[in-house]
Design a protein around this ligand. Structure first.
Ligand code: MV4
Length: 500
């Protein structure tokens, strides 16, 4: 029999938690052998149990284990792995790491080091997109080198403007400026902040997009130059730049806009000859005008939203592309099939500024039933280590309509039991009762404005929604209260009758 030569047969997963499990599952179905790496804090982790082989790579702190590329490359060599999947976070968008993998003869499952580097530089990424004809936010061509230069530009494009750190991300080193005085002060503060946080004081300037939606397009490219997109995810529900809820379709989306944004995303990806799964983040304003913000060159936390909505396996496709396979999609056959919503469940104390709450999960029950997916790597008696992020599960539900998906999410949040550590589940329950969220009337300011204001009211004055049992139709709490009051009056009448 002819021996089938494959670019790789054994994949080392340079990650932990639910995404490590997700990748192991994809590898298994593709007939690939898996190697888990783990820190001393992760000895009892599920990714270690489910991988074919495993290697301990160091102590709990990530910089001595999951971020230490020397230990990871050594683990690959010891086990004869011939590919590395980085997952998300850790080394996933580290161009140097991707380069080191390639120079050690290991396939890095992701785009080329060059692509990671280009798109990781925010100004370069913006310039590439602009050249390709993708709309970008008006602002400086490159870095702004002085307050004077910034203020001249701000006068041209109009206030408010935003200063962003070239090396930044996650909102760090970002500053809103409503006038020249704020710009002068902002320039100094942002520059100092960027210098401290990233060792690079460089800033660029943009016009502020007011009340935007964060809408991102999922795409994939293969090495034969085929590109496809899988619509959008709306990730506008964020707290301090941490996403809490993601959904598709976006409440603001139209079929026409999806096609336009999808096309723009693919034009951008083609421009760099992108290979693998990627996401282009856009800001979308009230007029449904959209602007490129940045491109993520990794599989993202929220990828299951797209997998469920479009009935695809993005992690398998990502690995297939790395194996050199050609994608068999036709864009016109990639159809949105479900309304999908994801909640990120974190072990955090909502009442204490969302402080992470590592500790032992003493009791655990996951929601189930039709249309429910829970991606997680925690189990009963699992000890959440203090070294990593606090996300313990992703709850993903799908239904035919957004209304039904919201109804299903509420049912699942009620069913989801975590004992031993506080989680963000109660916070999610509140969001799914907020009339504006339920109406799809939200943007990236929702949590800090409308939601916060509502939560600060006394319990009985809060505007909250409940879902009517028979139809799933959303009706307002005050209406329910009236009905309830009428019921109580009836009862009193009856009671009164009896007593007379
Ligand atoms: C913006 C913006 C408005 N206008 N840029 C936040 C993180 C970083 N990736 C960019 N961010 C923003 N950039 C311009 N020109 C508003 C934000 C922003 C934001 C964007 C998406 C989702 C949530 C957000 C929360 C605060 C600020």
């Amino acid at each position: 029999m002819r021996k089938v030569v494959s670019l790789f047969n054994k994949v080392l997963i340079a990650n932990r938690g639910e995404i490590a499990l997700r990748i192991i599952r994809a590898c298994r179905e593709l007939g690939l052998t898996t190697v888990a790496v783990y820190s001393e804090a992760d000895r009892d982790a599920l990714h270690v149990r489910f991988a074919d082989e495993d290697v301990c790579i160091g102590p709990g702190p990530a910089n001595q284990s999951y971020l230490d590329y020397k230990r990871i490359i050594a683990a690959a060599e010891v086990t004869n792995a011939d590919a590395i999947h980085p997952g998300y976070g850790f080394l996933a968008e580290n161009a140097d790491f991707a380069e080191i993998c390639e120079s050690c003869g290991l396939t890095f499952i992701g785009p080329t080091p060059e692509q990671i580097r280009q798109l990781g530089d925010k100004i370069q990424a913006k310039n590439i997109m602009k050249e390709a004809g993708v709309p970008v936010i008006p602002g400086s061509e490159g870095i702004v080198t002085s307050f004077k230069e910034a203020s001249q530009l701000a006068n041209e494009i109009g206030y408010p403007v935003i200063l962003k750190a070239v090396a930044g991300g996650g909102g760090k080193g970002m500053r809103y400026c409503r006038n020249i005085a704020e710009l002068e002060r902002g320039f100094q503060l942002a520059s100092a902040e960027a210098s401290n946080a990233f060792g690079n004081p460089d800033l660029y300037l943009e016009k502020v997009v007011l009340n935007p939606h964060h809408v991102e397009i999922q795409l994939i490219g293969d090495s034969a130059g085929n590109y496809f997109h899988f619509g959008e995810r709306d990730c506008s529900i964020q707290r301090r730049h941490q996403k809490l809820i993601e959904e598709t379709p976006s409440p603001l989306m139209t079929d026409e806009l999806r096609e336009k944004m999808g096309k723009a995303a693919l034009i951008g990806a083609k421009k760099v000859g992108y290979r693998g799964v990627g996401t282009i983040e856009f800001l979308v304003d009230n007029n449904r005008d959209f602007y490129f913000m940045e491109m993520n060159t990794r599989i993202q936390v929220e990828h299951p939203v797209t997998e469920e909505a479009y009935e695809v396996d993005l992690v398998q496709d990502q690995i297939r592309v790395a194996l050199g396979e050609t994608l068999g999609y036709k864009q016109e056959d990639i159809k949105l099939k479900w309304a999908v919503i994801e909640c990120r469940i974190n072990a955090e104390d909502v009442d204490h500024d969302f402080r992470p709450t590592p500790g032992t999960i003493s009791g655990l029950h996951f929601p189930g039933g039709p249309g429910v997916r829970v991606d997680r790597a925690v189990y009963t008696s699992y000890k959440i280590p203090p070294f990593y992020d606090s996300m313990i599960a992703k709850l993903i539900v799908k239904a035919r309509t957004r209304k039904d998906a919201i109804n299903r999410m509420r049912r699942c949040l009620d069913e989801f039991i975590v004992e031993g550590v506080p989680t963000t589940i109660p916070f999610h329950k509140e969001i799914f009762r907020h009339p504006d969220f339920v109406a799809g009337d939200y943007d990236n300011t929702f949590l800090d404005t409308k939601f916060k204001a509502n939560q600060q009211l006394p319990e009985e004055e809060r505007s909250q929604l409940t879902i009517k049992r028979s139809t799933g139709e959303a009706i307002e709490q005050p209406v329910l209260d009236k009905l309830q009051a009428q019921e109580e009056m009836k009862t009193e009448e009856v009671v009164g009758d009896k007593n007379q």
